[in-house]
Design a protein around this ligand. Structure first.
Ligand code: GN1
Ligand code: MG
Length: 381
């Protein structure tokens, strides 16, 4: 991020806010793909982002999806209170709004250097966390994802572009890994040997969701794609979930990618950047709170087959992210930003350890999902 000259940053921010109206620009968040800044202008606070066009090769399509999402969700939020989800009748829910360029012509700005920038409103009085602080917070994180799914469930998937081909298609990541392994010049060490063995032992299980999808058991739905813990904004006062941000990966997919990602990122109390790899584990108590929150908002959305595959999704999405980090390590860190040579190797080891911990607790997690889904569906009737 620091490589973006401040003069460039200012001129981009001015394209949205007007010349001489930008007061301060500071880096925001810890995203692994895009570059994000908080902009204070005369009129407002906003979030300025440079889309990583190496990842999102057609950023206009990302913006198209954002506009569809915006229209759909805003219409639903403006419905009469009695038509709203009961949880929305008594709580604040927000969606960052796209800010147009100063001339009103567009919701993005392209620089002479090819950089693709957009600006979003800043959701006030909110905070986010990298690791869970308490069980009630875990419940809110699940509930927030459930509310988001409720708000987008009737957005027709045909209206959404596929902005990131093969995103969360685990067998495709496995193919990419094999190609990277053949070409890799990374020096073997205990860490890489362990990752290679870990992947080899699980290759047969990577298609569980894709096979169910191919059998017609799982529908494509609009999904968030990246609902990790720090993408949920929490009200600074009440701690309630207020908005799910980082909307670039909203596209058609399986709801499991989202629930799996929420579980993997929230139930690892050490967080995904920890260096204490052997202590990483999946906390079932937090999973219970997350699922309870999720089902309280969205239990009626999912079919029994979808519900039954939630535990597999938690294991798979952790494994998949480990595979993605490890492949990037083998390729020389071309996808995820890395701040030191073995950073993505370490991140991969964290996810593999987490995935192993989920594997070891699968029977308990299955029982938990079944019991919570059952109690929420009987409460709804
Ligand atoms: C990336 O950019 P960020 O940090 O929101 C990645 C997610 C991973 C996440 C892991 C488009 O998200 O899929 O789960 O890192 N986003 C993309 O921290 O690949
Ligand atoms: Mg993201």
């Amino acid at each position: 991020m620091s490589q973006i000259p401040s003069t460039l940053l200012h001129s981009v921010a001015e394209a949205f806010h007007g010349e001489g109206r930008v007061l301060a620009i500071t880096p925001l968040g810890s995203g692994n793909v895009n570059d994000t800044f908080l902009v204070e202008s005369v009129a407002r606070r906003s979030v300025l982002q440079r889309i990583n066009t190496g990842v999102f090769r057609q950023p206009e399509q990302v913006m198209h999806n954002l506009a569809q999402l915006d229209r759909h969700v805003r219409t639903k939020l403006l419905e009469q209170p009695e038509r709203q989800h009961h949880l929305l009748q008594s709580r604040r829910w927000d969606l960052p709004q796209l800010i147009k360029t100063r001339d009103g012509s567009s919701t993005w700005h392209r620089c002479a250097d090819g950089g693709f920038w957009r600006s979003l409103s800043y959701v006030p009085d909110t905070t986010c966390v990298d690791v869970i602080e308490h069980t009630a917070q875990a419940r809110e994180l699940g509930l927030g994802l459930g509310l988001f799914h409720h708000l987008i469930e009737d957005l027709p998937v045909e209206q959404l572009a596929d902005t990131l081909e093969d995103f969360h298609i685990t067998p495709a990541y496995l193919d990419q890994y094999h190609q990277a392994l053949v070409r890799s010049e990374v020096v073997a060490c205990t860490g890489t040997d362990h990752c290679i063995a870990f992947i080899r032992e699980r290759e047969a299980d990577v298609a569980v969701l894709e096979q169910a999808k191919a059998r017609g058991e799982l529908p494509l739905r609009p999904i968030h794609g990246d609902p990790k813990i720090n993408n949920m904004l929490l009200d600074q006062g009440s701690g309630q979930a207020v908005a799910l941000i980082d909307l670039d990966t909203v596209k058609p997919g399986l709801v499991h990618y989202d629930i799996g990602d929420c579980l993997r990122s929230c139930c690892n109390r050490l967080g995904e950047e920890t260096t204490d790899i052997s202590s990483v584990c999946f906390d079932l108590e937090l999973a219970e709170a997350i699922l309870d929150g999720y089902f309280s908002a969205a239990s009626s959305l999912l079919s029994p087959v979808e519900i039954a595959l939630i535990p597999d999704a938690a294991r798979l999405i952790s494994f998949e992210l480990g595979l993605r980090f490890f492949t990037d390590h083998l390729r020389g860190n071309t996808y995820f930003k890395a701040s030191r040579p073995n950073h993505n190797l370490q991140r991969a080891q964290v996810q593999f350890q987490l995935s192993a911990s989920i594997e070891a607790q699968l029977p308990e997690l299955r029982a938990l999902v079944e019991q919570l889904a059952g109690s929420h569906s009987s409460a709804a009737h």
